[in-house]
Design a protein around this ligand. Structure first.
Ligand code: ADP
Length: 712
């Protein structure tokens, strides 16, 4: 089965599994998707909650700071009011008051100006802050009179310090101050006798009366209820999220909001350690999830590959025509493929787990196989790579020849766990070999018969001579006998003519001696005729192919009568040269004789057809020099048949050994092809070359018998 068919066989199994497989894969993927979404949601919620917690922490701290700032402010304002009150103690003169007020102003940057006013709110004495230019220099103090009056009215009413609404006081250079008046009454008998009026700068209040630690990283501001900002201290970082806290500063005569803005913390991605930790853990979790997913995907891929490989292997095993069998080290069968079962007619269940003797061993060979297996399992001998032939028995009892190729079964740790064997049914191969051998033999027989046919005419010519001689001797002898009888009877009869007459003449005195000679001649000629016939008979007789040691001389002796027959007919002198001391060749005698005869015959026919003037045929045998022509280090003998014929043209050379190629009208074209087959069957080589200056030499080699010269 081809590779394409194998893959086609593997495909249906995959297709059959695919809908279920796809469903499974889809559900697996959706589970993974859900898990990822859930983890992401949990992580985002965690981070968000942590962020919110952090923000609420910041907000709470800000609220607390604002409350602290308010407390600071209140107590500072109260203290300041007391300081102002203290200015009036001890009946001061305007000059001493002014000194005291100036000293007070040096300590309190938040005051711009302090005034001593009488009950009618007229200024008795005043002092300006030494830290800046007099704030009322530009507009005049009169503008603020209404605010002062309002504050002092309130102060009178509550019998304590009271504040005016804040108002804007433009300054030089386009700047300005938001200020507020405080009025501290001096009470005597339920009536205010004098007032101390101080002008506060709201900005300076924030800068000096609120603890610096509270405003360092925040912005503090006074605003009105509607959000209008009155004064500001500190600055906010731009672009960051702002936390805000507001608290009411409720003073007698004035109400303001203290507002604090903070930018700390919340805008950062990781506002605090908790969030950072949660985020880091979330990232780690996501990473683990990703790694897990990747691992799962790899496993899934490996599973799928394994499934594919298994399906492919199974399809391959099922489609093999080679039988496969595995055995463990105890000889138990652990695996058989369908081809093996089919080959032997057993089912896999019948074979699996079966130990020696196997059910497919022919009973008559079981002993031998048992021994072979024991040797194999002991590991002493490794099986040959090219395999060995054996005979198995089918379930129906019929035998089949098999070629077995065995290899050790090694597991992944490199330990041998058994043997794997492949089996080829070679019965068909055997049948074809037998057929080809038979047809080869038939072809050779046909070729021999064809040669015989050709020789039949030569034979008749050759037999003529001894037969004519026999007939003459016989006639002469009869005559002698007749003469002897006549003489004995007193009658002399003369019989005339030819060779018989001379014989009769000689026999006149001793006829019995002549008759004996004639008879011997007859016997000789009959023997000669017999030899001629025998040589043909020997040649035609079919013999089994067997190799035997034959000396070159014996080979040539055997063919010489047949060669001479033709040589005499076409008038070719035949020369034979055999190197002395040559060993015997190991060959199928009949076949090699036929090769020699064919070559000699071809040579003589070629010279005859070309009407060569001085034809000659040389048959030579010698030892070849060792080298490529002598494979295997053995001794080789080279036979050559040389003629002085027309040679072989180049276009004919190429087809010379093709069966049925001939240039002769009565030729069969089998001679040379058979010659080459025979020589190659002996391991030799047949070739030809020009015989300079004229003709062709055919050469072939044959292996010498190793033991040296031998009998044939
Ligand atoms: P056949 O003798 O029946 O023709 P062969 O196979 O013996 O068949 O020879 C094939 C051809 O090779 C011959 O027909 C002849 O043309 C050529 N041939 C063989 N031997 C010689 C030779 N010694 N000289 C020239 N031609 C030859």
């Amino acid at each position: 089965m081809s590779a394409i068919e194998i893959s086609a066989a593997a495909a249906p199994q995959q297709d059959a599994a695919s809908p279920a497989w796809r469903r499974f894969a889809a559900s697996r993927w959706s589970l993974w998707g859900l898990l990822i979404v859930l983890v992401a949601a949990v992580l985002l919620t965690l981070v968000w909650l942590a962020g919110r917690y952090e923000a609420s922490q910041v907000q709470t701290r800000l609220e607390r700071d604002t409350a602290d700032a308010l407390t600071d402010l209140r107590s500072a304002l109260t203290r300041n009011a007391q300081s102002l009150q203290a200015l009036q103690s001890g009946r001061p003169t305007p000059a001493s008051w002014t000194d005291d007020a100036a000293a007070l102003l040096r300590e309190h940057r938040e005051w711009m100006r302090i005034e001593w006013r009488n009950a009618g709110l007229e200024t008795i004495a005043s002092a300006e802050s030494p830290f800046r230019a007099p704030v009322f220099a530009r507009l005049g103090r009169g503008n603020a009179q209404a605010d002062v009056a309002l504050a002092c009215a309130t102060a009178r009413r509550v019998s304590g310090p009271a504040y005016s609404n804040s108002y804007f006081l433009p300054q030089q250079g386009g700047m300005g101050l938001q200020v507020m008046e405080v009025c501290v009454p001096q009470m005597a008998g339920g009536h205010a006798t004098a007032y101390v009026v101080a002008t506060y700068s709201l900005g300076e209040i924030l800068a000096n009366l609120v603890g610096p630690q509270l405003t360092r990283s925040k912005q503090a501001a006074f605003t009105e209820a509607d959000g209008t900002r009155l004064a500001l201290h500190g600055s906010v970082r731009r672009g960051s999220r702002i936390f805000t806290s507001q608290q009411l500063l409720d003073l007698p005569g004035n109400t303001m909001l203290l507002r604090m803005d903070s930018w700390r913390g919340a805008p950062d991605l990781f506002p605090n350690v908790l969030t950072a930790l949660v985020t880091a853990m979330s990232i780690a979790l996501v990473l683990v999830l990703v790694l897990l997913a990747r691992d799962a995907r790899r496993r899934l891929q490996a599973e799928r590959d394994l499934g594919d490989a298994l399906a492919f292997r199974k399809a391959m095993e099922d489609s093999l025509v080679t039988g496969l069998r595995a055995r463990d080290l105890k000889g138990r069968i652990t695996y058989v493929n369908p081809a093996f079962c089919q080959m032997l007619g057993f089912s896999a269940e019948e074979l699996l787990g079966h130990s020696m003797p196997a059910p497919y061993w022919p009973p008559e060979l079981a002993g031998e196989y048992q021994k072979r297996q024991e040797v194999r399992l002991s590991g002493v001998q490794t099986p040959p790579r090219e395999g060995y032939e054996s005979v198995f028995m089918r379930k129906d009892g019929s035998r089949l020849p098999v070629l077995i190729i065995e290899a050790p079964l090694i597991n992944k740790d490199g330990v041998q766990t058994g043997w794997m064997s492949a089996f080829l049914d070679i019965s068909e191969q055997r049948r074809i070999e037998e057929l080809s051998r038979a047809s080869q033999e038939r072809l050779q027989a046909t070729a021999r018969l064809a040669t015989v046919g050709e020789m039949a005419s030569l034979l008749s010519h050759e037999l003529n001579q001894p037969l004519a001689a026999i007939s003459s001797y016989a006639t002469g002898s009869i005559n002698l006998l007749k003469r002897q009888a006549l003489r004995a009877g007193g009658t002399l009869a003369r019989v005339g003519g030819g060779r018989s007459a001379s014989a009769v003449d000689v026999a006149e005195f001793d006829a019995s001696g002549d008759i004996e000679v004639a008879m011997r001649r007859i016997a000789e000629q009959a023997e000669r005729a017999g030899k001629v016939i025998k040589s043909v008979h020997d040649f035609v007789r079919r013999r089994d192919q067997e190799r035997e040691p034959v000396t070159p001389q014996a080979l040539l002796d055997a063919i010489m009568p047949l060669v001479s027959l033709q040589a005499r007919k076409v008038g070719v002198p035949v020369q034979i040269r055999i190197e002395p001391g040559l060993p015997a060749v190991l060959c199928d005698r009949t076949m090699v004789e036929q090769v020699l005869l064919n070559l000699a015959r071809n040579a003589m026919q070629a010279m005859d057809q070309a009407r060569v003037r001085h034809p000659s045929l040389l048959i030579e045998v010698r030892r070849t020099s060792p080298g490529p022509a002598a494979p295997g280090g053995k001794d080789w003998l080279a036979f050559s048949v040389a003629d002085v014929g027309p040679g072989i043209p180049a276009e004919i050379q190429q087809q010379l050994f093709t069966p049925f190629f001939t240039t002769k009208s009565e030729g069969m074209g089998l001679g040379l092809s058979l010659c080459r087959t025979v020589v190659e069957q002996h391991g030799g080589h047949l070739g030809f070359e020009p015989n300079l200056p004229q003709g062709t030499i055919f050469r072939f080699t044959l292996p010498a018998e190793p033991s040296g010269p031998g009998a044939h």
